[in-house]
Write a protein that binds this ligand. Structure first.
Ligand code: FAD
Length: 392
């Protein structure tokens, strides 16, 4: 079977879906979205913590957040899908003087860009999140408009609206090769046949480097396993005692910056996770249960109620790290027709609305209206890297 399309998007996560949606809004509807799994959003998008924040260290990322959070706030009206967006804030806990110095600069920048961020002492932090342990914490930051949204809802919202506009979605279809002729994209080979196209979008998330290899390009996106655990109260109602709540009742996201331990309410339970600095790069997503002991040691210091909690389930997904923890959004100069939207380095879900919009503008030749140099593919070869510091 051979088909043709103006654009082929490889990967049906939040990035592929957002790009498809925004391209349809710019009149590009002869488009095929190819996803190897049976469902969209089954990769990193379906395994993330749903966190959405303005609190980044780089102006480029804060700009992506301002636009994306605006879209998430209007998502139901604009895209027509419910995304369960709760803006109960993000609370960063700081214990080390060097982190306090970095966050002072971050807060200054965030405020200059119009974000309302509070600088708190430990007592102020504890008052926002009942049950929190602030032992060793010297300062904290809080932004009330940060929050938690449903990654599946965002992906399905974008994908359904794109499909309504004519986008063809091919599930259970793996891209196995990309053909190049005369230095430009010619076709995409899949397990269901060949799609002739002159424009390919690499939205394969942590697998973006493998798609790059198909056209002999080094796309510097490395996969790293990250775990999430879900804890349940040992007895119904125990955590919500009126006189002394043991966990926050809101969905506030708390991040202990020194250890990267984070948690937020997830239904009746608590979702928590932490990075393992010793984890090597790889595609393995099996749960390492021995890591739970390590996380628990930190977890009970910051949320003592977790000491008696039952762990109901856990999963692991892949961060998609670039050398500067900044995403790649845009064309690849040395190969005409090849675009990348990948490498969001563990915080991409929240930036998918703006990232897909920017890429769609670049594809149709519109001015994206912001400085896209921090996202350029070519920056790695030039060595002009300005890393994002606020990665957990
Ligand atoms: C544990 C964890 C917690 C996280 N927490 C947050 C958070 O709180 N907030 C936040 O903003 N971000 C978070 N992230 C990061 C976020 O999940 C990612 O940045 C985002 O989902 C990347 O989306 P994507 O569309 O680029 O990748 P993906 O969702 O992985 O989509 C890529 C798709 O490409 C498909 N694919 C790959 N190769 C092929 C092929 N050859 N052919 C066809 N299809 C292919 C895959 O099946 C996949 O569905 C977290 C990630 C993890 C792992």
């Amino acid at each position: 079977m051979s088909e043709t399309a103006d654009v082929v998007i490889i990967g049906g996560g939040c990035m592929g879906a957002s790009t498809a949606y925004h391209l349809t809004r710019r009149g590009v509807t002869n488009l095929i979205l190819v996803e190897r799994e049976a469902q969209l959003g089954a990769g990193s998008t379906g395994r993330n913590a749903g966190g959405v924040r303005h609190q980044f260290s780089s102006e480029a990322n804060i700009t992506l957040s301002i636009e994306s959070i605006g879209v998430l706030e209007r998502f139901r009206d604009e895209v027509g899908y419910d995304i369960d967006f709760h803006q109960d804030g993000y609370l960063f806990l700081l214990s080390r003087p060097e982190h306090v110095a970095i966050f002072r600069r971050n807060v200054e920048l965030q405020r200059r860009l119009g974000i309302a961020v509070d600088w708190l002492d430990p007592a102020g932090a504890a008052s926002l999140a009942p049950g929190l342990g602030v032992d060793g914490v010297t300062a904290a930051t809080f932004c009330a408009r940060d929050g938690i949204a449903d990654p599946n809802g965002v992906t399905m919202g974008f994908a359904r609206a794109a499909q309504s506009a004519g986008v063809r979605v091919q599930r259970e279809t793996e891209v196995t090769g990309v053909r190049v002729a005369a230095d430009r994209i010619a076709a995409v080979e899949t397990t269901r046949g060949v799609i002739e196209t002159r424009l390919v979008v690499n939205a394969a998330g942590p697998h973006a480097s493998l798609i790059g290899r198909m056209v002999e390009l080094d796309v510097p996106v490395a996969p790293y396993r990250r775990h999430i655990f879900i804890a349940q109260s040992p007895a119904p109602g125990l955590w919500e005692r009126r006189d002394a709540a043991l966990v926050p009742s809101s969905r506030i996201m708390v991040i202990d910056f020194e250890t990267t331990f984070y948690f937020h309410r997830e239904g009746a339970g608590v979702l928590f996770g932490m990075s393992d600095p010793d984890e090597p790069s790889g595609f393995d997503t099996t749960v390492r249960w021995d890591f739970l002991d390590e996380v628990t040691r930190v977890a009970i210091r910051r949320l003592p109620a977790l000491a008696d909690a039952a762990i109901s389930h856990a999963w692991a997904g892949l961060y998609e790290m670039t050398p500067d923890a900044m995403p790649i959004i845009g064309p690849v100069d040395q190969l005409r027709g090849f675009y990348v939207i990948a490498g969001f380095s563990g915080h991409g879900f929240q930036h998918s609305p703006a990232a897909g919009r920017i890429l769609a503008d670049l594809i149709v030749g519109r001015d994206p209206g912001l400085d896209v140099r921090p996202f350029r593919f070519g920056r790695f070869a030039q060595g002009a890297l300005q890393p994002e510091a606020n990665v957990v």
